[in-house]
Design a protein around this ligand. Structure first.
Ligand code: AMP
Length: 525
């Protein structure tokens, strides 16, 4: 059996298809369907995952990792780390490969390992719940995940003995949960505002074909930012009132942060909520001080108005990329916990000119969609006709660094997957034997400002005068959005030896087998 796993920033979930062909969520300890994506190391060096990790979070904030998904497969980039470190109470460090790692109880850990623990725990829950062995899964990732991040999720599965047979995009999974088997012909927008990030995709559904036409998002926009806005407001007000800076103490911050989130969630269903955290500090007379205050929905909305507006700006960008007008969208699906905030739904209704669909559950759709896809894959491998077709796109351009440092785009943003492109490169020096190709993914004009995917070193070029040796390089983009390269000499048709160095992984991929057909296009970056 292949299960579907939604490896979320805040919470994860798993789903499967039952004997009657219905997709169902796996019940987690405590009876709910979600499992906290939290990992910790306690005083005795023991590892804790999920609910156990969350229980001790307040007391052990520096050794508790949440939001690991925002860091997986990422290069250590000072701006990104600075932006994100505001929310994290654990230490982020630069690994020797320039990737992000965390230090917990004095020991370094990779984000792939931490994600593996979470994936492993969810996998175990599914096995216990369904009372059977499961060794394959379809795992969902945000649409904006680049090649390395997708690969890291596959690697995380491998660490815990779970084969990730396909990585699919969260919005596509949500659309599957909404439209599979309903014989629709609709254009939907999936508006996914989760714990840490925001994603919008436009998906055309025709029967069981789900075609993503455009996608975009904001890596720094999610529920965490809404909590932070309230947290900062409370800290500032306390400072003004009592002259005490509460932001200096990790445990206090953690208590205030949890209360911020609670109040925020309460305000989605009520118009007022009490922010109450006792004993946060002492005054000059040595008496304990509390934070105790009623927050109204309006007050909170005014604190986060710019965040809500930002989601609409991103929507407008995607609508424009797709060459559409907002009213040409048939349905808007809201996904992700933060989309439950009434002000978000109101803004979305205003922009698209229609109320969001009631057809999907914001927390459950992604895992259910993954299970639907898993079951379709399983049926196919059993010889059945293809039940579902997913036509996805890459959300960030993939390209190589030119001699002047600029990015030469091989696959622009919104290129459909799978895809292939052939390019011819010529040598620029006499007797050149080697050519290094640095691959990047991102939207910046300067290649080095984008995510570095790897470095291909072609070291088997035959000798010749500058410009006389031509090498044909084939870039293959898989259905999961993963890139592979092959190269051959144009004249001799012989494969050119090359190796791939992936930053942050001690993995050196050797030659992939040569593709059997070559249809050359030209191009000379
Ligand atoms: P997700 O990553 O989809 O699980 O979304 C988690 C985020 O949604 C967290 O930031 C939660 O605080 C937020 N969230 C969950 N429920 C609600 C709610 N009812 N109103 C507002 N935000 C919520």
């Amino acid at each position: 059996m292949i299960i579907g796993i939604d490896l979320g920033t805040t919470n994860s979930a798993a789903a499967y298809t039952d004997d009657e062909g219905r997709s169902r969520l796996v019940t987690m300890p405590g009876g709910g369907f979600s499992f906290p994506s939290i990992y910790a190391v306690d005083d005795e060096g023991r590892e804790l995952v999920g609910f156990d990790a969350r229980r001790q979070w307040q007391l052990n904030p520096n050794n508790t990792v949440y939001g690991a998904k925002r860091l997986i497969g990422r290069q250590y980039d000072a701006d990104f780390i600075e932006e994100i470190a505001r929310f994290f109470t654990y230490s982020l460090i630069r690994s020797e490969h320039d990737t992000v790692e965390v230090e917990l109880a004095g020991k370094r850990r990779t984000l792939t390992d931490i994600s593996a623990r979470i994936l492993g725990a969810v996998h175990e829950m599914a096995e216990t719940n369904l009372e059977r062995r499961i060794d394959q899964a379809v795992v969902t990732v945000p649409a904006y995940f680049d090649d390395r991040q997708r690969q890291s999720v596959k690697d995380a599965g491998a660490v815990v003995g779970l084969e990730v047979v396909r990585v699919i995009n969260e919005p596509t999974a949500a659309a599957l949960a909404y439209g599979y088997g309903r014989e629709l012909s609709e254009r939907v927008v999936v508006f996914d505002l989760g714990g840490g990030t925001f994603d919008v995709s436009i998906i055309e559904i025709r029967d069981n074909v789900f075609e993503v036409v455009a996608t975009d998002g904001d890596l720094f926009l999610g529920g965490i930012n809404f909590d932070q806005a309230l947290l900062e407001f409370i800290i500032n007000e306390f400072q003004q009132e009592h002259g005490v800076d509460l932001s200096q103490d990790g445990t206090t911050i953690q208590r205030l942060r949890e209360m911020s989130e609670q109040v925020k969630i309460d305000l989605s269903s009520r118009t007022e909520a009490t922010f109450s955290v006792p004993f946060v500090a002492f005054n000059d007379a040595g008496e304990p001080l509390d934070v105790e205050r009623v927050i109204t929905r309006e007050e909170f909305q005014s604190l986060v108005q710019d965040l809500v507006d930002r989601t609409i700006e991103v929507c407008a960008g995607v609508i424009e990329d797709a060459g559409l007008r907002p009213e040409e969208v048939d349905e808007v699906l809201l996904v992700g916990g933060q989309s439950r905030m009434p002000a978000v739904a109101d803004k979305v209704s205003e922009y698209f000119g229609k109320a969001p669909s009631k057809g999907v559950h914001p927390d459950e759709a992604v895992a259910l969609g993954a299970a639907i896809f898993a079951s379709a894959l399983e049926a196919e491998s059993g010889g059945a006709e293809q039940a579902v077709t997913l036509l996805d796109v890459i959300s960030l351009a993939i390209g190589i660094e030119r001699a002047d440092g600029e990015m030469f785009e091989i696959f622009p943003k919104n290129t459909p997957t799978p895809n292939r492109k052939d390019l011819i490169f010529t040598t620029s020096r006499d007797h050149q034997r080697e050519l290094v190709m640095k691959i990047y993914q991102g939207e910046d004009r300067i290649a080095a400002n984008n995510q570095h995917l790897g470095e291909h070193n072609f070291d088997g070029i035959k000798p010749g005068h500058a410009g006389s040796v031509r090498m044909q390089t084939r870039f293959d983009l898989s259905v999961d959005g993963l890139l592979t390269l092959h190269a051959r000499d144009v004249d001799t048709k012989k494969a050119v030896r090359h190796s791939l160095k992936v930053p942050g992984l001690d993995r050196v991929a050797s030659d992939a087998p040569e593709p059997d057909d070559w249809a050359a296009e030209s191009g000379d970056p």
